[in-house]
Ligand binder design. Structure first.
Ligand code: SF4
Length: 430
């Protein structure tokens, strides 16, 4: 708990950030700016970044008058908080008319106090797999060289090396080349949804760009099996995950994935096989569960069908399909998670909370991965057509209410390995 609110930050437009000690930082929920409780602040975790928000003025509370006003000393500043942490408030600012749409990152409130940067956030995940200090570039480069030599004709290993690990610096791909934990297996160049904030494809008419390019080929089951079996055999806490940020929807490749899972399990029973998906094809999920899939993570911006449909803009499926996919996995005693895009002022709406309770009850959900929503807040609310979000609980309080009502439901940020599915409190962080 801080002794007082941190001071607001501003940027001089030349890459320098300063504190303004005449203003305390406030947070944003939906369209509203509001004070942040002193106990909600944590130090900006290692691996976090600070962003200047072009064309935007920060909102703060005058330390003398207590009035809310703009910081006119420079441009607004927000924090990109690292994985394993969930933001409780967005950065509060007022956008000028010609302010550009912000790229696909999360924009959490940030402040300065006693020579430190602070953010309103919680550490929601103890798994250290994406701690930035845990990555060793030398070991990644060595792994890339060794595995490209080991699989000279494997297009997926080449993609994971050249694009994911060395260009996008994807933590999952770097963990693969360091021979540990979760190995990414992108499989689909196509998707059956058109998410507003898709990170692998943005329509040309949009002003923002996708943060990575989508896979350009359909891998074969042989290519998948060739590098995943050795990873499952040798890595600590091994798991492989279909469905990555650099592809479309893996369920569109269910036949190939089915063949790969069957072949993988002929060679090893180690580790677990997961799919990150939009959950659009419950029939395909059933086939994959029968083939040996262990877990699913369904991504969603909301459990309210209208807000979900406005964001995902599906080609040929409906909200009920994704709920059915979660049920199917539980029917086969698999582990089911939702990848819940957290947006203060939307996620913690009372209507959303009530709908989430229903989804947890009716699907037997195992885990919520409380992910920061990487999107421009004004742009998102505008595209969702939300002018009055209505009553909100606060992200922190919503988490507490869900935790109390569903004590067996796990909270986190990453797909658990089989060891954690069996005993969630396994101490694998060391
Ligand atoms: S489901 Fe994934 S790949 Fe498909 S549009 Fe949405 S974010 Fe993009």
């Amino acid at each position: 708990m801080l002794r007082q609110s941190p001071y607001i930050l501003y940027s001089d437009g030349s890459g320098n950030i300063f504190e303004d000690t005449s203003l305390f930082t406030v947070g944003r929920s939906g369209w509203d700016a509001m004070p942040i409780d002193d106990e909600d602040w944590i130090e900006l975790p290692d691996g976090g970044n600070l962003y200047e928000l072009p064309g935007r003025r920060g909102i703060g509370i005058d330390v003398k008058t207590g009035e809310m006003r703009l910081c006119l000393k420079g441009w607004a500043v927000a924090a990109f908080i690292p994985p394993a942490h969930t933001g409780l408030y967005l950065a509060a600012y007022e956008a000028l008319d010609d302010a550009p749409t912000l790229p696909l990152f999360c924009y959490t409130a940030a402040g300065w106090l006693d020579d430190k940067f602070y953010v309103p956030a919680v550490r929601i995940e103890q798994d250290i797999r994406q701690e930035c200090r845990g990555f060793d570039k030398g070991k990644v480069d060595e792994g890339v060289e060794r595995l490209l030599a080991a699989y000279p004709h494997n297009r997926l290993v080449k993609h994971l090396a050249e694009n994911c690990a060395l260009t996008y610096e994807c933590p999952a791909a770097r963990n693969y080349f360091m021979g540990r934990w979760e190995c990414p297996v992108p499989a689909s160049p196509a998707c059956n949804a058109n998410c507003v904030g898709c990170i692998s494809f943005q329509p040309v008419e949009e002003t923002i760009i996708s943060t990575q390019d989508r896979l350009t080929f359909k891998p074969t089951a042989e290519e998948i099996v060739e590098f995943t079996v050795p990873h499952l055999e040798t890595a600590p806490y091994p798991l492989i995950s279909f469905g990555q940020g650099c592809e479309g929807e893996p369920l569109l490749m269910w036949e190939t994935i089915k063949d790969a899972i069957i072949e993988i399990r002929k060679h090893t029973d180690k580790g677990s096989i997961n799919i990150n998906t939009n959950g659009s094809k419950p029939d395909a999920v059933e086939v994959l569960m029968k083939a040996g899939l262990n877990s699913i993570r369904v991504s969603l911006n909301s459990v309210l069908p209208d807000i979900y449909m406005k964001y995902y803009l599906p080609n040929n499926y409906h909200f009920d399909d994704i709920i059915e996919s979660l049920r199917v996995v539980r029917k086969y005693n698999g582990w089911s998670s939702i990848n819940y895009f957290v947006f203060p002022g939307m996620t913690d709406r009372v209507v959303e909370y009530e709908a989430l309770r229903e989804v947890i009850r009716t699907t037997g959900l195992n885990m919520i991965q409380w992910r920061n929503f990487n999107i421009d807040p004004d742009w998102y609310l505008g595209r969702m057509g939300v002018t009055e979000p209505g009553e909100c609980l606060g992200i922190g309080q919503m988490m507490e209410l869900i935790r109390e009502e569903f004590p067996d439901l796990k909270f986190g940020y990453f797909n658990p390995p089989i060891e954690r599915m069996k005993n969630f409190d396994v101490d694998f962080a060391h």
